[in-house]
Design a protein around this ligand. Sequence first.
Ligand SMILES: [Fe+2]
Ligand SMILES: [Fe+2]
Length: 312
Amino acid sequence: MNDETVLNDLAPAAEKLLERHLGVAKEWFPHDMVPWSLGRDFIEGEEVELPAMDEGVRSALFVNLLTEDNLPYYFNDIERMFGSDGAWGTWVRRWTAEEGRHSIVIRDYLTVTRQVDPIALERGRMEQVSGGVTPHPATVADGLAYLAMQELATRIAHHNTGKALTDKAGYEIMKRVAADENLHYLFYRDIATTCLELDPSGTVMAIERQVLGFDMPGTGIPNFTNHARAIAKAGIYDLVIHYETILVPLIRRQWRLTELEGLDGEASAAVERLERYMARLAKVAERMKERAADRGADAEQPAVEPIGALAG
Ligand SMILES: [Fe+2]
Ligand SMILES: [Fe+2]
């Protein structure tokens, strides 16, 4: 099915899911959550002293915020795919406004608590946004599959970052943001599921492409590979988490690709390849968990791999 037909056929579902979203999304205010009393002036030319913390957690804060900052390019991509009319357009603009709230609250929180160097952060933002690197899914179905995975991954990464923080305000902020990401995830998960019903073979092919090529949003952030490694080491987002909390719930429990009927030859072959990939990931995840358990207190070697370690 071509993209125009897919979008038209999905429009009633998009409208229902948009209404559901607007019904459950709660209004909240970044300024209510930031511990302003901890803030003080920055002195020009003076190096900012950062509090001691796990570098992986600091990397996660840095990457999480810069990803939210890259919003103009995500908006651009999503509006290009879905268009600006009707429920699709309303959704895209609403989504953008909500994501903007995330960068506001995380930036204010980090500026007040000085957990990330504000100069590195601003330079990183300039570099990231000036580069304008975002994924460019080839079809609407590719976009839906990618966004479902990406919103779920972001929810998990934000929540795990919050759990790794030592203060309550930080935990509450990341939990609040993760709750928004969960609603975004539910929109994309359910619209992608409807897409699978409308065009099973085309959507299966898209899911395969997006699962095999998935990268956390963040490519384009300076030094992203090192940050991703540190984030994995801190247990915030790694291959095991990606497999167990993103791929298994979506592919096995939600989309149930192996149970689909009426797939064409190419799509059936794609399901088989995906099954082999999932089996391989399951083994790697098991091995990584065993290695981490064996190593125990030995912190010398990285316990986990970032996702992308299996790429190629
Ligand atoms: Fe967000
Ligand atoms: Fe989101």
